[in-house]
Design a protein around this ligand. Structure first.
Ligand SMILES: Nc1ncnc2c1ncn2[C@@H]1O[C@H](COP(=O)(O)OP(=O)(O)OP(=O)(O)O)[C@@H](O)[C@H]1O
Length: 291
């Protein structure tokens, strides 16, 4: 899949701004960005639901609409509805009828973790189960590329886990998956590659580990135990000091040196904690750097 210099505006809002993105077959890629970053607009163009104002979008070497019509792409969009009175199995059969080379029904149900729920009516499913039914619908045509727009929005932790287990079964077979998410831990955990989008542009592209390394550093936090904050910014490695109530958080490039110096200083402190920069930190730093 290839987007080259793609832009799209809605009135004065430039939703996607000269976006360049190439995804190779077999990759699992997370499109990570805050609300309004342009993820859904970019996905809409990848699926041929709307055209770019400028730039080109190609799927499997052809126009998105043609690739979608040929059954090479399955999609699960944010606002997709289902058929309330049908059962899960009927929905899957309906989806299969739309494609030239669909997967067998039982395999779709198994991959989506719906075997036990095959005869359940769609309007009796929980939110997470309904999302898995949409996932089954997207899988039915045996697509080479699966595009998921915030697939786990509104799912609780265990339902989310079940969903990703199902997605893993699919990607393990060598299929390409692109998913949009706000959940930073999800991007880090389930994607081979994380593409961070802000204001319609790619601001970082790499593995979760690489994205974290871009901001680097650790946080050394402790209770001040009544001591003043003066001198904390002079400790070795410290780049920034933040104080909330009685707790200080030091952003440090060398947390070992910072902690050693803190101990040597003879200051009182309590509840010392050293944590690595999470993807959340990296994400905030990267997107605010663009502001
Ligand atoms: N049909 C539309 N008409 C007008 N503005 C739109 C339309 N679709 C999107 N936008 C605007 O384009 C920008 C990008 O929106 P988009 O939905 O692509 O972002 P997103 O990253 O998917 O956000 P979210 O995570 O909230 O779904 C936003 O400012 C949004 O308000």
């Amino acid at each position: 899949m290839r987007l080259h210099e793609v832009s799209k505006s809605f009135g004065d809002v430039r939703a996607v701004d000269r976006l360049d993105l190439t995804i190779a077959e077999g990759e699992t890629v997370a499109l990570l960005g805050p609300n309004g970053a342009g993820k859904s607009t970019a996905i809409g163009m990848m699926l041929g639901l709307s055209g770019p104002d400028s730039g080109t979008v190609e799927l499997f070497g052809t126009a998105p609409r043609r690739a979608v019509a040929a059954g090479r792409v399955g999609a699960m969009l944010q606002d997709a509805g289902t058929v309330p009175n049908a059962t899960v199995r009927e929905l899957v059969e309906l989806a299969r009828a739309l494609y030239p080379g669909p997967l067998p029904t039982d395999r779709i149900l198994r991959t989506a973790g719906l075997t036990e729920l095959a005869n359940r009516r769609l309007d009796k499913l929980s939110g997470g189960e309904a999302q898995r039914a949409r996932f089954a619908f997207a899988l039915a045509g045996d697509p080479r590329l699966l595009v998921l727009d915030e697939p786990t929005a509104a799912m609780d932790v265990s339902t989310r886990q079940q969903f990703w287990d199902a997605m893993r079964r699919y990607s393990a077979a060598g299929h390409t998956v692109l998913f949009a998410t706000h959940y930073l831990e999800e991007a880090d955990q389930y994607a081979d590659r994380v593409v961070v989008v802000a204001r319609g542009r790619v601001v970082a592209d790499g593995s979760g580990t690489q994205i974290k390394a871009l901001t680097g550093g650790r946080t050394v936090a402790f209770d001040l135990a009544g001591e003043a904050t003066s001198g904390l910014d002079q400790l070795p490695g410290v780049r920034a000091v933040q104080v909330r109530g009685d707790r200080a958080s030091l952003r440090s490039d060398d947390s070992d040196a910072t902690v050693a110096a803190l101990v040597r200083s003879g200051r009182c402190f309590a509840n010392l904690e050293v944590t690595g920069a999470g993807l959340q930190d990296a994400f905030l730093a990267l997107t605010s750097a663009e502001a």
